[in-house]
Design a protein around this ligand. Structure first.
Ligand code: PMP
Length: 363
């Protein structure tokens, strides 16, 4: 009989998962998974090279490439963990409905996991959210309720009131990624241990952007428990509260806040590096051209901070540093923004100069 679950062989590594090996009725081993959800996590580390402008013997900078998760972002991890915890606690019952005010990556993760497990999903989003983003959620079978942006938060049709009303219906459950402890916990229990194992405990610095703070808080706490000397660095858009701002608007999406979420551990970061929109977007474009990594603006922001850190460490002669920077999502969701020259130009940002053609060395 075909064996299910478990797995046959300790393969190790992303591409030879024990979970992927199944013995068929003739006893042959085949490599496949029963469900896409088994492919969440265990994302690879990829070395950044040209875009760092470092000397050849400079610090090692590794990117944790989260767009390789099946839903395309780091948020697949928290979606799974928050849903499983709600199933265990009974907050989410069979056939229940997940209600969350989100239009971004968390929505995709929740929609994917919910559909697989047979829950209904309703996402509430403001009318400024692009049709493409809404259609992604609908493609996974979710319902999207659009609320007017031009009303006060206390108005019955406001984004906040509509989601609260839907979440108070019988059978409904609201994950609330800004206060749900399973958001940072998923990173404490999974992403942090992955990084420790992948670097064989040699990681010296961890860099991540901060939105809900789940990523940096969970991973940072885990790494510091393994080695108190690991430095945790937050990258933050200029204007956001994490870098001392007032919540003044910025354009990079998914990071920075105008309030302090419960999911952010205010003691975890040793340092916050503030990055301007201009630097975030210019570096996002460089990552695509020079590292072939098509990532979103928050990845460009975090990688820019990691580059600054690596250059400082190189200048101090600390070339044995091992820096890991987490890249949360793919650039596919931002083709009409970061990767659109007209959009960048409209805000006065540089579209970046193409690198001069490389001279082919001696062969
Ligand atoms: N980048 C993107 C694109 C995101 O959607 C998020 C989540 N808001 C983050 C970064 C920040 O991650 P976290 O919420 O764990 O701080």
């Amino acid at each position: 009989a075909v064996e299910r679950g478990g797995g046959e062989l300790a393969g190790g590594g992303r591409f030879a998962h024990a979970a992927m090996l199944r013995r068929d009725r003739y006893g042959d081993l085949m490599e496949y998974v029963e469900s896409l959800l088994q492919l969440i996590g265990n994302t690879p580390l990829v070395r950044l090279n040209r875009s760092l402008d470092l000397p050849a013997d400079g610090p090692l900078v590794l990117a944790k490439v989260e767009y390789l998760n099946p839903g395309g972002s780091v948020k697949d991890r928290i979606a799974t963990r928050m849903i499983e915890a709600a199933e265990e606690s009974g907050a989410l019952q069979p056939g229940g409905t997940i209600v969350e005010p989100t239009s971004g990556n968390t929505g995709v993760g929740l929609a994917m996991v919910a559909q697989q497990k047979g829950y209904k999903c309703i996402f509430v989003c403001p009318d400024k959210v692009s049709e493409d983003k809404r259609n992604v959620l609908k493609a996974y079978g979710a319902e999207v309720v659009v609320c007017p942006t031009a009303v006060a938060p206390e108005h019955p049709d406001s984004y906040y009131n509509v989601s609260d009303r839907l979440a108070s219906q019988p059978g409904a459950w609201k994950p609330d990624q800004y206060s749900n402890p399973h958001n940072p916990r998923s990173h404490y229990e999974e992403t942090g241990p992955e990084l420790w194992r992948q670097t064989e405990g040699r990681i010296t610095h961890f860099v991540a952007g901060v939105g809900t703070g789940g990523t940096i808080s969970g991973i940072g706490r885990y790494l510091k428990e393994q080695n108190a000397g690991v430095q945790v660095i937050g990258a933050d858009p200029a204007g956001s509260v994490y870098s001392g701002g007032t919540g003044r608007p910025y354009l990079v999406e998914g990071v920075g806040e105008d309030f302090w979420p419960e999911t952010y551990d205010r003691g975890v970061a040793d340092r916050i590096i503030e990055v301007s929109d201009a630097d975030s977007f210019a570096f996002t474009r460089r990552l695509a051209r020079e590292e072939q990594m098509l990532v979103g603006g928050s990845s460009g922001m975090a990688a820019f901070a990691a580059r600054q850190l690596a250059q400082e460490l190189a200048a101090e002669g600390k070339n044995d540093a091992v820096i890991v920077v987490l890249l949360p999502d793919s650039g596919r969701g931002y083709l009409s923004k970061v990767f659109n020259d007209d959009w960048l130009a409209q805000y006065g940002f540089s579209t970046g100069q193409p690198r001069p053609a490389q001279t082919v060395g001696e062969v």
